[in-house]
Design a protein around this ligand. Structure first.
Ligand SMILES: Nc1nc2c(ncn2[C@@H]2O[C@H](COP(=O)(O)OP(=O)(O)OP(=O)(O)O)[C@@H](O)[C@H]2O)c(=O)[nH]1
Length: 777
């Protein structure tokens, strides 16, 4: 019986290494739980673990508190006792106690992997985690394992922070070898502040960013006196603490239900194994060694200083570049800033862990380039703009004045523009970042080409306009002359002149176009436009010359030439015997024949007929018109109705000429007839004899003769003659007027009446003349 009881007692106090040195989780936990009699405990059990530096009396404390059998360090050898994680059942209590390998162990050196993983495992799986530390460790960062706690909190939050059912955990700080000089409250405040600080500095997952330490952990603090120097007090305090773990009725009972993980006892083995697996596979725990940590910290600092100085320098050119200015020597400036920053970094950081130094250097280079790249791109954009502006200006300057070769001007300006861009872009390139200016250059080339094209189009237009003006000048006079002459082959002359002048204009265009590098298609379009405009110019000239007043003047001129001048070109003086009617009719008919001649462009020689080519008829692409050209319509100068209107107007004018001619014959008839002078001699003979034979009259005659002699002698003949002529002329004028008034009075009213009637009855012209004749006579 005793043997059995002893056997059971041994099994209960047996301990098990649940995680060994090789970080392997034991497969025997379930069996051990069975042996401990906890397998069927359901939720009736608790888990506690310990955390702290190596050889700080963790195992001693656990054994005292829970009656466990963990190994305690042999004082004489002072070496690590606990390796891995051990578990033991508390004596007479359903408590699974875990003794965890101490942190900061000499044996593991800088390999902190296991201590992180074991600490995290303890934190995640236990209800109460005893954080065991010497009093003198309080306030230290590394000594108090704060760095380790930070890492563990961080990973714990990432791994298990979202698990709302995981429950809270009590962190029980046990301060060992508490002398009492510093009250527990002060130590507690220091530790709480430290914890809060590391919690704040955690990098938390985004969704847990506002979680507080108190959301996951409760804090409790207790102090134990020196085990050897105050052995009794130590023992009694340990007992007090033990009660807090065991006395469920105590107000400060530590295993509060809130801390329970709610895993039935038979699932604990699986649950723990699972936690260990997660802990093991978590990459976040593979943190760098201290050396690396230090390197990271320092390299970051050095890099920040270098970067901030670099940023200051770069800022000075940021505004000008953003403002569209091309900064001279920007490449050199950028190279200097970049090199200075890297030299500064290399000088201070290269002494640290090489891997970290190189990694951070790459980060720094990327940060430097991220600042420089916009400057480079901005510089390229500004260069692009300025070079293009310069190109345009050079082009316009080159095309000013006369005698330039367009192709030459363009190619020189282009070469200079691209050369300037490439040189400045090359200067801005720096070694290191994979920058290129090719894309910008391609886009610049494209824009230069399109500007040159536009310019060429404008120039071609200008040239066509110039040729058109010359064309107009050249055809103006010949057309005017031909239209004035009004010969039957008038249109032949006009069309011949038109063709010759157009041929010259086309040849002139083609000669000039070669220097413009125009494509065949562009030439064809320009020529089509030129032909169409030439024809329009011809039409304008013809329209100008055939406008109604001009046309009437032409007809009048033509008529006058035939009616008022004879065949030899001498002005006619109509005599009564002249055939005014015949001459009038001939002149008028010949003149009226001109109206159909003027009304249509119709050469007598059919080979001279002109038709615009089809491509000149389509609507021009320059937007000057949206309609196709109706060439056939342009051949008609004026319509038949217009012709009839002209005929009527001309007839009225011709009639006035006729009347005038008639009147001039009356005027010549109205002179004093010569026989009147004979009548005067016959009738005045007696009076003459009376003068000769009357002494008085004779004396008067002699005096008159003497006076005449004296006048001749004195040279007064001229003045006297002129006086006499003036007086005589005046008298003759008066007499003539009287006679004309007398003879012309009845004739004046007739033509007005007749011409009105003539408008009504045009065909009866001859009859009308016959009626008029006796009245005039
Ligand atoms: N000064 C002092 N020494 C103690 C105290 N508790 C235990 N020790 C001694 O400290 C030494 C280490 O004790 P352990 O209990 O093995 O310490 P540990 O933290 O479990 O050690 P590891 O398991 O190796 O990490 C032993 O020699 C103990 O006698 C204490 O409260 N004060």
């Amino acid at each position: 019986m005793n043997g059995l009881a002893n056997g059971h007692a041994d099994a209960v106090s047996e301990r098990l290494q649940i995680i060994n040195d090789e970080k392997k989780f034991t497969p025997d936990l379930t069996a051990q739980l069975e042996k401990w009699g906890l397998q069927d405990a359901g939720f009736g059990y608790n888990i506690v673990a310990v955390f702290g530096s190596q050889s700080t009396g963790k195992s001693t404390l656990l054994n005292r508190l829970f009656g466990t059998t963990f190994d305690v360090m042999d004082e004489t050898r002072r070496q690590q006792t606990t390796k891995g994680i051990w578990m033991c059942r508390g004596r007479d209590m359903n408590i699974m106690v875990m003794d965890v390998e101490g942190t900061d162990g000499r044996e593991r050196g800088e390999d902190q992997d296991f201590e992180r993983k074991s600490a995290l495992f303890s934190l995640a799986s236990s209800e109460v985690l005893i954080i065991n530390l010497w009093e003198h460790q309080v306030g230290l960062y590394q000594g108090a394992n704060m760095a380790l706690l930070k890492t563990v909190f961080e990973v714990n939050l990432g791994l298990f922070g979202k698990n709302a059912t995981g429950g809270r955990t009590l962190l029980l700080f046990v301060i060992r070898d508490h002398i009492g000089q510093t009250p527990l409250a002060n130590l507690q405040a220091t530790l709480t502040a430290d914890l809060m600080r590391i919690w704040e500095s955690l990098s938390k997952p985004q969704e847990l960013a506002d979680r507080q330490l108190s959301d996951y952990f409760d804090l409790s603090f207790t102090a134990l006196p020196h085990k050897i120097l105050a052995a009794d007090k130590f023992e009694s305090e340990v007992l007090n603490l033990r009660k807090r773990f065991t006395d469920k009725d105590s107000s400060d009972y530590l295993f509060k239900p809130a801390y329970h993980k709610r895993i039935p006892a038979d699932g604990v083995a699986f649950y723990m194994e699972n936690i260990w697996e997660q802990v093991q596979s978590n990459k976040d725990l593979d943190l760098p060694t201290q050396q690396e940590l230090l390197a990271q910290f320092r390299c970051d600092e050095i890099s920040t200083v270098a970067l901030s100085e670099f940023n200051e320098q770069a800022k000075s050119q940021k505004r000008p570049v953003e403002g569209g200015k091309v900064v001279d020597g920007l490449g050199e400036l950028m190279r200097t800033w970049r090199t200075e920053a890297l030299v500064r970094y290399d000088r201070d950081a290269s002494r640290y862990h090489q891997g970290v130094y190189k990694r951070k250097r790459a980060d720094l280079v990327a940060a430097l380039d991220a600042v420089l790249t916009p400057l480079f791109l901005g510089q390229l954009k500004n260069l692009h703009k300025t070079c293009l502006v310069a190109f345009k200006k050079e082009l316009l300057d080159g095309l000013r004045g006369e005698g330039y070769n367009f192709a030459d001007v363009v190619s020189k300006a282009r070469e200079r523009c691209l050369g300037r861009f490439e040189a400045a872009a090359k200067e801005a390139l720096i070694e290191g970042p994979e920058w290129t200016y090719e894309d910008e250059l391609v886009s610049l080339k494209e824009e230069v080409r399109s500007v040159a094209d536009q310019c060429r189009k404008d120039e071609t237009k200008k040239m066509v306009n110039q040729i058109e003006r010359t064309f107009k000048k050249q055809i103006s006079e010949p057309i005017e002359l031909a239209l004035t002459k009004a010969a039957p082959d008038m249109w032949d002359d006009i069309l011949r002149t038109f063709r010759q002048t157009l041929d010259k204009a086309e040849a002139s265009y083609l000669t000039k176009a070669t220097s413009f590098n125009c494509t065949d298609e562009e030439n064809a379009t320009s020529l089509a436009v030129l032909r169409r405009r030439a024809w329009q110019a011809l039409r304008e000239k013809i329209d100008e010359q055939t406008a109604e007043p001009v046309m009437l003047a032409k007809l009048r001129g033509h008529f006058e030439e035939r009616f008022r001048y004879d065949a030899t070109g001498v002005p006619r003086v109509w005599k009564p015997e002249d055939d005014i009617d015949g001459a009038f009719k001939v002149a008028k008919d010949q003149t009226l024949d001109l109206i159909p001649l003027y009304s249509k462009i119709q050469p007598t020689d059919a080979s001279l007929e002109y038709a615009l080519p089809a491509d000149s008829l389509v609507a021009p692409t320059d937007g000057s018109s949206s309609e196709d050209y109706d060439f056939a319509a342009t051949l008609v100068i004026f319509s038949e109705t217009k012709g009839l209107e002209l005929t009527q107007k001309f007839r009225r004018e011709a009639d006035a000429y006729y009347v005038e001619a008639k009147r001039s014959t009356v005027a010549s008839i109205a002179q004093i007839p010569y026989w009147m002078y004979g009548v005067l001699v016959v009738l005045g003979w007696n009076e003459a004899m009376a003068v000769l034979f009357n002494p008085l009259y004779f004396a008067f005659l002699l005096i008159a003769l003497a006076s005449a002699y004296a006048i001749v002698q004195l040279g007064l003949v001229g003045p006297l003659l002129s006086i006499t002529r003036t007086v005589g002329g005046e008298i003759q004028k008066q007499a003539s007027n009287r006679l004309r008034e007398h003879f012309s009075q009845p004739v004046l009213t007739e033509p007005v009446r007749n011409s009105t009637r003539r408008a009504v009855d045009e065909d009866d012209e001859d009859g009308e003349l016959a009626r008029r004749r006796p009245q005039v006579m």
